[in-house]
Design a protein around this ligand. Structure first.
Ligand code: IPE
Ligand code: IPE
Ligand code: MG
Length: 247
């Protein structure tokens, strides 16, 4: 595989292992827009357009779970105009895409807190989850009003409320009380836009994920960039703390 390192593959190599669960921190919409003299919301619209393309590429490639970071618990601190615009864009995305996503076998899930999301959007999120719940080609989890720390706090509250005795609490207990309960951990997490940080995404679940950072702004991150990320993933040696070539 080393010989491929310098070339940019444009198609998947059939010998590659496809990550089961890919997470994406879709970052850089604002800078993408600014570079074009547009306002930030135009960047978010372009980012949403790109999401539909990447969802399709993931389904084509046989990725089973895609979790995208769309709005963090910290993003409420942005100007009201931007926050309101993001809520609207999310609604438009559901209205425009739900029929096709459903027809293509995409199951939509929400990871994050429904509390605090405007009622109309909340109703649309619930409707898309309900409508696509029997689909199984690709599980698309949208992290919206999501924060990794908040998720752990919510999990602890549920565990305490259920009265689970302290010495019965295991890593599995915690995993089963997260928004992602029942889902495998991400194998590969991609962050676009050149920032090299987690920003509160899947803190617990990405403990052993392979990370891939690219300077590309999210609206420009295309199918070939996803292929490059999967190629890179195939060059990693996942050890999970073990030694693979013990003597
Ligand atoms: C990511 O793009 C989308 C959200 C966080 C909602 P940004 O809006 O963070 O874009 P930059 O990082 O300012 O370029
Ligand atoms: C992370 O991006 C959240 C989303 C992509 C939704 P941010 O743009 O909010 O993260 P920071 O502020 O650069 O860490
Ligand atoms: Mg950002």
């Amino acid at each position: 595989m080393a010989s491929k390192a310098d070339n940019k593959p444009t198609e998947l190599d059939p010998s590659w292992e496809i990550p089961v669960h890919v997470g994406i921190i879709m970052d850089g919409n604002g800078r993408w827009a600014r570079a074009r003299g547009l306002n930030r919301l135009a960047g978010h619209r372009a980012g949403t357009e790109n999401l539909r393309r990447i969802v399709r590429a993931c389904a084509d490639f046989g990725i089973k779970y895609l979790t995208v970071f769309a709005f963090s618990t910290e993003n409420w601190a942005r100007p009201k105009e931007e926050v309101d615009g993001l809520m609207e864009i999310m609604e438009e995305f559901i209205d425009k895409e739900i029929d096709e996503l459903d027809a293509e076998g995409v199951q939509i899930r929400h990871v994050g807190k429904l509390d605090g999301i405007p009622e109309r959007l909340k109703a649309k999120i619930k409707m898309s989850i309900e409508r696509t719940r029997h689909n199984n080609r690709l599980v698309l989890s949208v992290a919206f009003n999501y924060g990794g720390r908040d998720e752990i706090v919510q999990a602890v509250r549920k565990i305490v409320a259920e009265g689970i005795p302290p010495d019965e609490i295991t890593e599995e207990t915690i995993a089963n009380h997260l928004y992602t309960a029942g889902m495998p951990d991400p194998d590969l997490v991609i962050r676009t836009s050149g920032e090299i940080r987690i920003s509160n995404f899947l803190l617990w679940q990405s403990a052993y994920a392979e990370w891939y950072f690219t300077p590309r702004f999210w609206p420009d991150f295309g199918r070939e960039d996803l292929i490059a990320a999967i190629a890179d993933y195939n060059r990693r040696e996942r050890r999970f703390g073990r030694v693979l070539d013990a003597d």
